[in-house]
Design a protein around this ligand. Sequence first.
Ligand code: ADP
Length: 381
Amino acid sequence: MSCRNGASLKERIENKKKIVVKVGTSSITYDNGKLNLRFIDQLARQICDLMNRGIQVILVTSGAIGVGVPVLGFREKPAYLPYKQAAAAVGQGFLMNVYERIFHEYGRHVGQVLLTKGDSLNPKRYMYARGMMMALLELGVLPIINENDAVAADEIKIGDNDTLSAIVASIADADLLVILSDVDGLYDKNPSKYDDAKLLSEIPSFSRSLFQMAEGPGTARGTGGMYTKLLAAEICVHSGIDMIIAKSTVPSVLYRLMDGEAIGTFFRSEDVHPQMKKRKMIIGADLKGKLFVDEGCRDAVLHKGSSILPVGVTGADGDFQDGDIISVFCGDEELARGITHFSRKDVEKICGMHTSEMNAALGYEAPYDTVIHRDNLFVLH
Ligand code: ADP
């Protein structure tokens, strides 16, 4: 079996523990807009087998509008926005129903997640979206993600599922994004126009000049084309996430990719320290307040990578709400910054307390046992 760049790349792929798989409309539907059940069945079988192997998988799927269009009796995608949204609303339910039934046959449940741009930009929504996705993965459920096309107006839209899949990979801390498309990978020019276009099997370091090779979608049903796939690659490589573009119809494509076989185009990511990933989100954001912690908590945060538990918190300052970004101090020393799960008012009620005492002090059931979870904590030292 061939593999790119010898054993190191094979090892790189074989070590992947959390992957995002994105499928486009052109892969999951036929030209007439009806679902390609044979493809979906093969996809489900491979994804469930990877999950059984211990790999966490997230599926990003397009297709809601495309599937809803024939269900509503339209001959083509309507231009009138409310009709398009209606097609998305009907198509999304239809699509999820099919996914649920097919994945269930292989022993897995699926969870529908509909995202919009705000879920990646707003720290509070980012934190909740991330927490929910992590919970689904931990519970062995396959998150199936789409943009919320039924409500999303242009200004709150990410706009294409290639970019969405890269954002999801970064929110979920995935280590690989696989974009399955109707094309073998990135060519040096558009292969549907030029017979002599050459497939590029590896992009060792991403450069913006690659965009010159990319054009729009290959089919009337596709939306992004190669351009948005390169936008996704750019997000991934700078976030330390490897990415592959491969043709969805290659037999056993996911098995073979995860065995390290050289299929499609591999975008090698930059080495990004996990702390640096959080840095992007947390540094530069408006700080809404301060959290003061004791020496024991300082030690746990700086040397053990721990979350901040109420028991180590001594006080708070500023007018912050849950989901805001705050700084963490021990005396005069700023230790870290992170997204708080509790408002200042609530932090003051629970500081110094053990987890078991929190509910009584708050007067409601605490949704989290940490004030700042280590996933959302950027340590400054
Ligand atoms: P999907 O629906 O699977 O996301 P798209 O149709 O949106 O797929 O995008 C893939 C298409 O992009 C290809 O079929 C091809 O026609 C077009 N394309 C444009 N430029 C390139 C390029 N340099 N390399 C490969 N494909 C390209």
